[in-house]
Write a protein that binds this ligand. Structure first.
Ligand code: ASP
Length: 356
């Protein structure tokens, strides 16, 4: 009996001793959590492509059309987030609006390949679990970002391409269209112009332009990054790639880490620009890694990756990104980037040129 009593008093002593430690730790964690992400904060940022977008080449009507489509798209995502929806859903639905618009090089309005076809690429990533989905070389799926999401959620894979991706889209019941759905006159004119001067250096670039028609219709990849009220980040990108692309060329947009990346611990990023450089620089992941390993802010990381590292490589383009606190970055080294952002207070910013 005496022994039992001694044992019980020891047990009680240690139980009491452990108790305050746990409480203290929990309290510290909660405080950190609160400091890291103000409750209910959310935000969204989008792009519609980067390149030599100059005011002198723009008509007031065109400028208004781009701005109003960007505004329409971002408001779709913002409403989802405001009502407590996920960042993943906001990213997908926002990109759908841009894919359905012929103004942008994604979905309807995608650029033409050398063979006069349209081959679409897209990817999406969930920052809460690092799950991701991507598709490349899709020719009949109306909204490639939806297929990327299906790959992520309903297949054991991350990336599907060509015929197999199309078959998977049919199996998942996604909307299939005749390839002609993607044909637009402006993009066809751009292809013809590039084909006439295939050796011109600008013909090889996704983002530098020497002809008004190409200027108007070569860029326009779309992307979105969002933070929801639960602190989850997501990013997505959708594109037709580069005018006159050959040999089933695949750019950065469907490559996780290059065109798209999201991690709740750091940020969500969507890229646009000369894809080959974004692949070599692993641009989207590099921004996240800079934040993770160097402990620097989103602003510092995006400036270093786009203005220093990408520029030093010879690459052109930009990114939109949002971090786990709701800070936003829209960084580019080109003359312009179609872009918009909206915060939890509903403040909207839309920009096209370097100085908005
Ligand atoms: N990054 C895209 C690609 O290289 C093109 C673009 O963003 O303009 O496919």
């Amino acid at each position: 009996m005496k022994r039992i009593l001694i044992f019980l008093s020891f047990a009680l002593f240690f139980a009491c001793k452990e108790q305050p430690k746990e409480t203290a730790e929990t309290a510290v964690d909660n405080t950190t959590e609160e400091l890291q992400k103000p409750a209910n904060t959310f935000g969204i940022v989008i792009h519609g492509g980067a390149g030599t977008i100059l005011k002198e080449n723009m008509t007031p009507e065109k400028e208004a059309a781009y701005k109003s489509k960007l505004e329409e798209a971002i408001k779709v995502g913002h409403t989802i987030l405001k009502n407590g929806g996920t960042s993943l859903e906001a990213v997908e639905k926002t990109i759908n609006v841009l894919e359905d618009s012929p103004l942008f090089n994604a979905g309807k309005g995608a650029v033409f390949t050398n063979e006069g076809t349209n081959e679409l690429d897209a990817s999406i990533m969930d920052g809460s679990n690092l799950n991701a989905g991507a598709v490349a070389g899709v020719k009949t799926v109306k909204n490639p970002i939806n297929l990327a999401r299906e790959v992520m959620l309903n297949s054991p894979h991350v990336m599907l391409s060509g015929k197999g991706a199309a078959q998977f889209a049919t199996e998942r019941g996604l909307e299939i269209v005749d390839p002609k759905y993607f044909h637009t006159e402006n993009r066809m004119k751009a292809l013809q112009k590039v084909k006439k001067a295939p050796d011109h250096p600008d013909a090889k670039s996704a983002t530098s332009f020497y002809d008004p028609i190409i200027k108007d219709s070569k860029f326009g990849t779309v992307g979105c990054a969002a933070l929801d009220k639960n602190g989850n980040l997501a990013a997505g990108t959708s594109t037709g790639g580069m005018t006159n692309k050959k040999w089933n060329r695949i750019g950065d947009s469907p490559i996780i880490g290059a065109g798209t990346y999201a991690n709740n611990a750091t940020c969500a990023v969507s890229s646009t620009g000369w894809g080959e450089y974004f692949i070599r620089g692993m641009v989207a992941y590099d921004i996240s890694a800079m934040m993770e390993y160097k402990g620097i802010s989103l602003k510092e990381a995006t400036a270093e990756v786009i203005q220093k590292k990408l520029t030093a490589l010879g690459g052109t383009g930009g990114i939109v990104a949002i971090d786990h606190q709701g800070n936003v970055s829209m960084e580019f080294n080109t003359a312009g980037m179609y872009r918009a952002t909206m915060n939890a207070d509903g403040e909207l910013k839309v920009g096209i040129y370097k100085a908005p």
